[in-house]
Ligand binder design. Structure first.
Ligand code: PLP
Length: 233
C-alpha cells in the first residue's frame, strides 16, 4: 500500500486533471470523484478519511459489509461492481449508490429487500454502450423499456447511468462510447418515468477519466491512479 503522502500527491494530480479537462471543454467542474478502494485492506479507508475523502468505491459485498462496520460514520460507500441477488443482504442499508443495476431481476430483488427493510436503494443503470458480449449492462436499445419496469419498484430510485468502457490501449478510443453515453443521458432527461431521474453519469476510470470528463461525465471512479496497482483483482 502507498504512503499517505503518496496517495495525497496522486489525488491532487487526479483532481487537477479533472479540473483541466473541464476547462478545456468550458464546463463547470461538477465532477464527483469516487476513489476506488476495492481489494485494499480496510486500513486504506482510514487513510482516506484522514485525507478528507468522503466517498469510496467498492465491489465486493463482504468487503463492503466489513468496511462499513468499521467506518460507516466517516465514509460513504458506493457499490460499483456486478451484484448477485444472493449478496444483496450484505450491502443493504450500507451503500449510498449502486452503480451496477444491470437486470430487472436484480431490480426486483433489490426492491423486495428494500421494502421489507424499509429502505430505498439509489441506483445507476449500467449501460453496455460498446455492445461487448461478455459485459454486464443494458443495451441502449432496451433502456426505455428497462426504465419503464422500474416505475413499479417503489423502493428503488434510479439516479442516472453508468458505463465501463472496454479496455483500449489508447483512451481516445473510448471517446465515441462516452459521447454516445452522454447523448443517451441527455435524451433520457426528457423522458418522465416514475422513480427515475438523470442526475449522475458515472463514467471514467484510471485509464480514461480525462476523456470521460471531456465528454460530460459527472462522476468518475478511480482506483489505481490514486492508490497504486491492486495486487489482486
Ligand atoms: C475497479 C473499478 C474501477 C477503478 O478502476 P481503476 O482502473 O483502478 O481506476 C472503476 N469502476 C469499476 C466498475 C471498477 O470495478
Amino acid at each position: 500500500m502507498l504512503e499517505k503522502s503518496e496517495i495525497l500527491f496522486n489525488l491532487n494530480i487526479v483532481k487537477e486533471n479533472i479540473e483541466n479537462a473541464c476547462k478545456r471543454v468550458n464546463r463547470e467542474n461538477d465532477v464527483v470523484l469516487i476513489p476506488v478502494t476495492k481489494t485494499f485492506p480496510h486500513e486504506l479507508i482510514q487513510t482516506c478519511i484522514e485525507l478528507d475523502i468522503e466517498e469510496v468505491g467498492e465491489n465486493r459485498p463482504l468487503e463492503i459489509r466489513d468496511k462499513y462496520e468499521l467506518y460507516h460514520d466517516q465514509v460513504k460507500i458506493h457499490m460499483i461492481g456486478h451484484l448477485q441477488t444472493n449478496k444483496i443482504k450484505y450491502i443493504g442499508g450500507k451503500v449510498v449508490l449502486i452503480h451496477s443495476l444491470d437486470s430487472v431481476k436484480l431490480g426486483n430483488e433489490l426492491n423486495k429487500y428494500a421494502s421489507k427493510n424499509d429502505i430505498v436503494f439509489e441506483c445507476l443503470v449500467q449501460v453496455n454502450i460498446a455492445k461487448e458480449e461478455a459485459k454486464f449492462g443494458i443495451s441502449e436499445n432496451n433502456i426505455i423499456e428497462f426504465l419503464k419496469e422500474f416505475e413499479k419498484f417503489e423502493n428503488i430510485r434510479i439516479m442516472g447511468l453508468m458505463n465501463m468502457a472496454p479496455f483500449y490501449d489508447n483512451s481516445e478510443d473510448a471517446r465515441n462510447d462516452f459521447k454516445k453515453m452522454k447523448i443517451l443521458f441527455e435524451s433520457l432527461k426528457n423522458e418522465k418515468f416514475k422513480n427515475v431521474q438523470m442526475k449522475y453519469l458515472s463514467m471514467g476510470m484510471t485509464n480514461d477519466y480525462v476523456v470521460a470528463v471531456e465528454e460530460g461525465s459527472n462522476m468518475v471512479r478511480i482506483g489505481s491512479a490514486i492508490f497504486g496497482t491492486r495486487t489482486y483483482l
